[in-house]
Design a binder for this molecule. Structure first.
Ligand code: PRP
Length: 186
């Protein structure tokens, strides 16, 4: 049986080794900042699932997971910027150290919405860990406390990030070619 790799021909922006190294560093930083504390990692589905899985395993301090899911209207053009929660937290975050875990911080609308929402639950602390940061795209004034890599406005896929739900399983973070048939096909 022949197999076709979805990875072939894609330009790697960050290799799995670079990602592993950086995620370990982020985990060590979080360990230092939260020594002796407990933390709740809140992953934003679906893109952050793989990053959360690796980040959690690079953290030694006592941690639990939760997940939320959001949808945004006018995602491509960001015409409305409205973000809606479609899966809430399973557990209370009141009085807890919360780190929102995101694959990418782009316009900031998603994290702006989530931070405002979570603040209402009165966590002890609320921080953001984003593997990738695209500051040039920012609409909402928001920064991550832990950033893996800062990138220009490039369309990235892999390590949880998709194009039309595909490519999330790529172990490396790759660039989506601007002339890819998938992009022109819509
Ligand atoms: C991506 C990413 C963030 C959001 C960041 O999610 O995972 O949640 O966009 O963009 P923003 O800063 O402009 O709000 P996406 O909507 O693609 O869903 P996914 O995680 O399921 O891929």
């Amino acid at each position: 049986m022949s197999t076709t790799s979805i990875h072939s021909g894609l330009e790697v922006l960050f290799s799995r080794e670079q990602i592993r190294h950086r995620v370990l560093e982020m985990g060590r930083q979080i360990d230092r900042d939260y020594a002796g504390e407990k933390i709740v990692l809140v992953g934003v589905l679906k893109g952050a699932a793989i990053f959360l899985a690796d980040l959690a395993r690079s953290i030694s301090v006592d941690n639990t997971f939760d997940f939320v899911a959001v949808t945004s209207y006018g995602k491509g053009a960001r015409s409305s910027g409205a973000v809606k929660l479609i899966k809430d937290l399973d557990q209370s975050i009141e009085g807890k150290n919360v780190i929102i875990v995101e694959d990418i911080l782009d316009t900031g609308l998603t994290l702006g919405f989530l931070c405002s929402l979570f603040e209402q639950h009165q966590p002890k602390t609320l921080r953001i860990a984003a593997l990738l940061d695209k500051p040039s795209r920012r609409v909402e004034k928001i920064d991550a406390d832990y950033v893996g890599f800062t990138i220009p406005n490039q369309f990235v896929i892999g390590y949880g990030m998709d194009f039309a739900e595909r490519y999330r399983n790529l172990p490396d973070i790759c660039l989506m070619p601007p002339d890819a048939p998938e992009l022109s096909a819509g």
